[in-house]
Design a protein around this ligand. Sequence first.
Ligand SMILES: Cc1cc2nc3c(=O)[nH]c(=O)nc-3n(C[C@H](O)[C@H](O)[C@H](O)COP(=O)(O)O)c2cc1C
Length: 225
Amino acid sequence: MYKKGNIANVTTHSFSRQAGLPVRADNLTELIKGRRSVRKFQAQPVPRELIEQMLEAARWAPSPHGRQPWRFVVLSKAEPKARLAEQMGATWQENLQMDGQDAEIVNTRLEKSRQRILNAPALIIPCLYLEDLDRYPDAKRQNDETTMAIQSLGAAIQNMLLMAYELGLDTGWMCAPLFCPEIVCQALELDTRLIPHALIPVGYAAANPQRRERLPLSTLIVRFD
Ligand SMILES: Cc1cc2nc3c(=O)[nH]c(=O)nc-3n(C[C@H](O)[C@H](O)[C@H](O)COP(=O)(O)O)c2cc1C
């Protein structure tokens, strides 16, 4: 519905363990701790039903006033992925150059990001959609409303990442669209009321990535009366 001239035809699914899929986690703690960001994928495609199950999980996230301020774009074909990578490339280049990086490093990082988009079997682009939120006469409360929507989008993304892991899939997270949402809309001919916030590559990990350490819980709890 949010791609001009193309009505999305997405069926809903209930949550269920799929026959024949590896069960990676026996309980929620294992699932939460098992998920990790993957940056290299096998070429194996991801069945549409599994992507739909991820999005089904996303839509059960909490949201301000229950307004569900999110919409999702899914790409699996080579052509739109290439168009997206190409059009985002110019912004990446500008940002990296602004950081004062030398040309060779800029080119290497650009190519890495480009390859991550092109080689992801599927990409989900979670978009913020603010049209159904409350309107306030003052900028302060309007910004707060937007912040709530962004928090909620993060919750929806985490739901989909965990569901992916449960389904035997792996995911990454690229924040690049946040820096050029208009370019993403333009490249994919999206309704400009959508604000693309991330790229979530989805597939089957090419190798087991290194785990990122976590800070000890004792350093995170600043007060517990
Ligand atoms: C808002 C957000 C933006 C992120 N952006 C990127 C990114 O642009 N590129 C990337 O490789 N990883 C990105 N990540 C993934 C983090 O690097 C990763 O979650 C973190 O290092 C912890 O590792 P883990 O996900 O394997 O537990 C992002 C994560 C979040 C939550």
